[in-house]
Design a protein around this ligand. Structure first.
Ligand SMILES: Cc1cc2nc3c(=O)[nH]c(=O)nc-3n(C[C@H](O)[C@H](O)[C@H](O)COP(=O)(O)O)c2cc1C
Length: 190
């Protein structure tokens, strides 16, 4: 572990990272749905739960539709994922139809729950913005009033050597900015 927190935090937070090496082994529905269950318990404004997840497992006819949304770079490693997920969020509250200002914020919390649960379960969970957002909306039948947020690759860990050469070097845990750069007392600091 090359990550060093400046204050003590739970191991599962520090241990979450975004590897790209996956084995290509399938995931059972039970393994996959444990992650969606974790997402389910995220907090949201007025408990609106605006997150939506559209998934495809590799061994199913749905896979190609999601895989073909990805840019070539992401395809080069995500081809070994067991499942791909498109994350969308509902822009308005279901109970009154008014805009839910925090729909993306809340959906981000759900995605992080999913990623943390995946880490705890020994899976690779890797967020992606490198895909065709417009095509995702159209090809997956995502209605107006929903925002496409991101995609996720989920799979069993694989060998680093299975990745293209240039990605093998990147297969390390990244560091973070110091707290002083993003936490401000009383007033925003530029
Ligand atoms: C919303 C989101 C989009 C991302 N998009 C991509 C992507 O398209 N391709 C990729 O290889 N990594 C992608 N990443 C992974 C980030 O680069 C990674 O999370 C970041 O460098 C921090 O590293 P860590 O997750 O290992 O801690 C994405 C992550 C998030 C949360």
């Amino acid at each position: 572990m090359n990550r060093k927190p400046n204050y003590p935090i739970a191991d599962f937070i520090l241990n979450r990272w975004s590897p790209r090496a996956m084995s290509g082994e399938p995931l059972s529905d039970n393994e996959l749905f444990r992650l969606f269950e974790a997402a389910r318990w995220a907090p949201s404004s007025y408990n609106g739960q605006p997150w939506r997840f559209i998934y495809a497992k590799r061994e199913t006819p749905h896979w190609d539709k999601l895989f073909n949304l990805l840019v070539e770079f992401n395809q080069s490693w995500a081809k070994n994922a067991a499942a791909l997920v498109v994350v969308a969020s509902r822009d308005t509250f279901e109970y009154n139809g008014k805009p839910e200002r925090t729909h993306s914020f809340d959906t981000g919390a759900a995605w992080e729950n999913l990623a943390l649960q995946g880490t705890i379960n020994g899976l690779v969970v890797h967020g992606m913005e490198g895909f065709d957002y417009k095509k995702a909306k159209e090809s997956l039948g995502i209605p107006d009033g929903y925002t496409v947020e991101a995609m996720i690759a989920i799979g069993k860990p694989g060998k680093k050597e299975s990745l293209p050469k240039e990605l093998q070097e990147k297969e390390v845990m990244s560091d973070r900015k110091p707290i002083t750069e993003f936490v401000f007392e009383g007033k925003f600091k530029k």
